[in-house]
Design a protein around this ligand. Structure first.
Ligand code: LLP
Length: 421
């Protein structure tokens, strides 16, 4: 459920007509709903009620500080994967003790910054990382709290580019070698083992792979405890999928996911962390664009939009489907026609949808990409010197620009010209 609904013949973001925002901000822009963000975060929080838990929002999905502040005020922790994300979370007021640091390639500098600024735990992904973290921690006279990310060799049954839990993926240490690696970690004085971490992939629409992974984590918890490790925290990653089409998808709900966690791991008495990203923010955001031209082609018609692949890369990168709706509500029973919906960038990959059935639509009309809140704005680039799309946050009948569109001068002046030119 989200808060982008038609009312009086027009698409609203909560109580604000989307067309009003477009008139003020110009298109394209991303628009987020505070009510949807709040609702989705709470669904996870409530799903784990009764268990000692922390929902660490995977801020890679959408990292604007206004979004982070909204979630932090509800009690969210953050899952960060870079020094930049760590700094951003801190700038948004998230305390270090609510930040977990994931990622396969943490650098010394990133480790140092997090240790100095405060960190709940590092999710360590390899032996060389473990050795480096030990060194950095000792150099600072600190002890780094860690989990080790295990790779459970489970097929997440999702798009190959976002599956992470198979043995051929670059993530984590093979679960079969976990006891050995934990023994090494325990011998390093700069590290303190606090738990286990696992994350098997993103946009999972079935609970079975989670069950398979979490059952392995339960067994491992017992084995590691028997080896003398103090396993008191389980970080279960993110990955719960969202419906990208309104009609035919019904992925499991956070409540079902919570029940699964209870069933597979509840008996262990561990503190539970989860790292959802997409489900928190995906359907809490839309990308609004204008139709520049309706172009008749050879046997097909094109809608050429002012948004392009640089603004929303998911269709080009993962063949992802996003529902695209007109901001003016179509008349009931309006006849639909197929369009290839494309952007302005000079490559054929810049295609959002092929043969998409759309209601009557004309030059200048506004459209909205649904489900664009996660991995939308954060994956945008300035390819073709197209300015990064602004972001807007709505709360009830208010809205605010939370990241402004840069001017051409701001973009151009980032380059510096060597003195010999
Ligand atoms: N934790 C870790 C360690 C992760 O790698 C990820 C996502 C998450 C949590 C959050 O997963 P989520 O709940 O959002 O599924 N750009 C791709 C998705 C990449 C996901 C990367 N890792 C897309 O647009 O589909």
């Amino acid at each position: 459920m989200d808060h982008f609904l038609y009312r009086d013949g027009a698409l609203f973001a909560e109580d604000v007509p989307v067309a009003d925002i477009a008139a003020e901000v110009g298109t394209p822009f991303y628009c987020y709903s505070t009510a949807t963000l709040t609702r989705h975060f709470r669904l996870f929080d409530e799903a784990l009620e009764g268990l000692d838990h922390l929902v660490c929002y995977a801020m890679k999905a959408a990292s604007n500080q206004a979004i982070l502040k909204t979630l932090a005020a509800l009690g969210a922790g953050m899952d960060v994967v870079s020094g930049g994300e760590y700094a951003r979370a801190r700038a948004a007021g998230v305390p270090g003790e609510r930040i977990v640091f994931s990622g396969v390639g943490k650098t010394r500098e990133e480790m140092r910054a997090a240790l100095e600024g405060g960190i709940r735990q590092f999710n360590v992904e390899s032996e060389p990382e473990m050795l480096m973290l030990n060194e950095v921690a000792l150099g600072l006279g600190r002890v780094a709290p860690i989990t080790i990310r295990v790779n459970p060799d489970v097929d997440a049954k999702t798009h190959a580019k976002i599956a992470t839990g198979k043995s051929e993926n670059k993530f984590g240490v093979p679960i079969a070698r976990a006891r050995e690696v934990y023994a090494q970690a325990a011998a390093l004085p700069g590290l303190q083992v606090v738990g286990i971490d696992v994350h098997i992939g993103s946009q999972l629409t079935d609970l079975a792979p989670f069950r398979a992974a979490y059952e392995k984590v339960a067994d491992l918890t017992e084995a590691l405890r028997a080896d003398g490790h103090d396993i008191r925290r389980l970080d279960l990653g993110g990955g719960l999928g969202i419906p990208y089409t309104r009609s035919n998808e019904s992925p499991p709900l956070p409540m079902d996911y919570g029940a699964l966690i209870r069933q597979t791991l509840g008996h262990l008495g561990c503190e539970i962390e989860i790292e959802p990203g997409r489900l928190v923010v995906g359907n809490a955001g839309i990308l609004v664009a204008s139709v520049i031209y309706v172009k008749s082609g050879e046997g097909r018609d094109f809608l050429i939009l002012d948004a392009a692949m640089n603004d929303l890369i998911r269709p080009a990168m993962y063949d992802a489907h996003h529902d695209i709706v007109t901001v003016a509500e179509p008349a009931p029973g309006a006849e639909q026609a197929p369009y290839d919906i494309v952007g302005q960038v000079c490559e054929t990959g810049d295609t959002f949808a092929r043969g998409r059935m759309m209601p009557p639509i004309a030059q200048g009309d506004l459209v909205a990409f649904r489900g664009a809140g996660a991995y939308g704005a954060v994956m945008a680039s300035e390819y073709n010197t197209r300015p990064l799309v602004p972001e807007v946050l709505v709360a009830g009948d208010r809205f605010a620009v939370i990241r402004a569109r840069p001017s051409f001068d701001e973009i151009i002046n980032r380059d510096t010209i060597p003195e010999w030119l």
